[in-house]
Design a protein around this ligand. Structure first.
Ligand code: ZN
Length: 320
């Protein structure tokens, strides 16, 4: 008798391991099919919330389109109305039944309980659902960076040229082309060294040579590598910027997915040009100390819908 129960217990356990781990929530059901959601129910400031919508057709409706359109996602703090993160869902080119929306969580966002709102149309029917999401606590470092006269001049430069450079970069980083889908899987750090001299989300005070100061948040990870170190692409993508900038020196920006970019600053030599497709691990150039730098290093940054997010998140987690 005990043997009999053990057998059923084992079957139930295997069933749960296979199905429960991939539990999905039903968002919408029509006569032709169902739409399911998969999302991150908790995350940290600086990480992202990934929302995946999957359409499943009824066998008898093989010819139905079962498309998702105008789908959006946003988070709103419980008891609040303003949304600190929102974005559009787009159809994945690599999987015709799947729609993706990646929401950036700013490193400055106060942890707490939020509602994830997902809405749109499935198979011609409107849907709108809410799911609970927790933003958990995360500690960031604080540091003071002493700037000499030339670095102070760069940081306080308000010339037309520098402002135009900032505008140009922001225009790129805040744009999301739904067809720009190049990367999948996880990212690879751009250098082989693991020596870091500053981290994503560091709360910084810049102490100027004139006695004044300003505060800011460090948007990427700094690798303390000697000038001339090979820098490679963290994931497949397209080069959308490769030029010398006042504050960031020789810089490369790569587009990986709609609204998702990686940035490489302070390089001494660039070996790619705008419009070029790059594969993960492909050489972009050599590291250096150009622009605002207190020594040779590579600044590696990731932006999603304009918001700087932690590059390590993409090394540890698959994009979808
Ligand atoms: Zn940096």
């Amino acid at each position: 008798m005990i043997k009999f129960y053990k057998k059923y217990l084992a079957i139930a356990l295997v069933f749960c391991m296979v199905f429960c781990a991939f539990a999905e929530d039903l968002v919408c059901k029509t006569k032709n099919g169902s739409l399911f959601i998969d999302y991150s129910a908790s995350t940290h400031p600086g990480d992202i919330i990934s929302i995946k919508l999957t359409a499943k057709k009824e066998t008898r409706s093989a010819n139905a389109l079962c498309k998702v359109s105008d789908a959006k996602a946003s988070i709103v703090r419980v008891g609040n109305t303003k949304s600190p993160a929102s974005g559009d869902c787009y159809a994945l080119k690599s999987r015709s039944d799947t729609y993706l929306c990646l929401l950036p969580i700013d490193s400055m966002l106060k942890p707490g309980e939020f509602n994830l709102k997902v809405s749109g149309k499935f198979d011609g029917v409107d849907f709108s659902k809410e799911y609970p999401v927790s933003i958990l606590d995360k500690d960031f470092l604080s540091e003071t960076i002493e700037l000499n006269a030339s670095n102070t001049a760069i940081k306080t430069n308000t010339s037309e040229k520098r402002m135009a450079q900032i505008d140009k970069l922001n225009k790129i980083l805040f744009s999301a082309d739904k067809d720009a889908q190049y990367a999948a899987g996880t990212f690879k750090p751009p250098v082989t060294s693991t020596r870091r001299t500053a981290f994503y989300g560091d709360r910084r005070v810049y102490a100027y040579s004139n006695g004044k100061s300003s505060t800011s948040v460090h948007y990427g990870h700094d690798y303390g590598v000697p000038t001339g170190t090979v820098v490679s692409a963290c994931a497949d993508g397209k080069v959308v910027m490769a030029e010398d900038r006042i504050s960031t020196g020789w810089s490369v920006v790569i587009e990986h997915m709609p609204g998702l970019y990686s940035l490489y600053y302070h390089m001494s030599k660039l070996e790619v040009e705008v419009g070029q497709s790059v594969k993960q691990g492909e050489r972009l150039g050599l590291s250096g100390a150009t622009g605002l730098a207190t020594g040779p290093h590579l600044h590696w940054e990731v932006r999603l819908l304009g918001v700087a997010v932690d590059p390590d998140f993409f090394v540890a987690n698959k994009l979808y």
